[in-house]
Design a protein around this ligand. Structure first.
Ligand SMILES: [Zn+2]
Length: 88
């Protein structure tokens, strides 16, 4: 059993939790987190990978280094947008 998965979702979700620690004045409710996640994911290219039984074929560490800087940048932009006009 294999499935196609957008690995960018995992990266953005992980990086979001890291960035959130430094965003003391930002709302951390689920709605705002999801808004940031959606905004950032719309700006970033999807990265589809084939997974089997929950394991990824792709070398994740290499992908992460390659995309992390862009991901952090888009998340910070998205945080600014959500903070300026929160939907919660
Ligand atoms: Zn909120």
């Amino acid at each position: 059993m294999t499935e196609v998965h957008n690995y960018m979702e995992d990266i953005v979700s992980d990086v979001l939790d890291e960035v959130l620690v430094d965003m003391e004045d930002s709302c951390k409710c689920e709605k705002c987190k999801h808004d940031v996640l959606a905004l950032a994911l719309n700006k970033l290219p999807p990265k589809y990978v084939v997974t089997e039984k929950g394991r990824l074929y792709t070398k994740l560490s290499e992908l992460e280094v390659q995309f992390k800087a862009d991901v952090i940048k888009e998340i910070i932009v998205a945080f600014g947008a959500v903070k300026a006009r929160p939907q919660h």
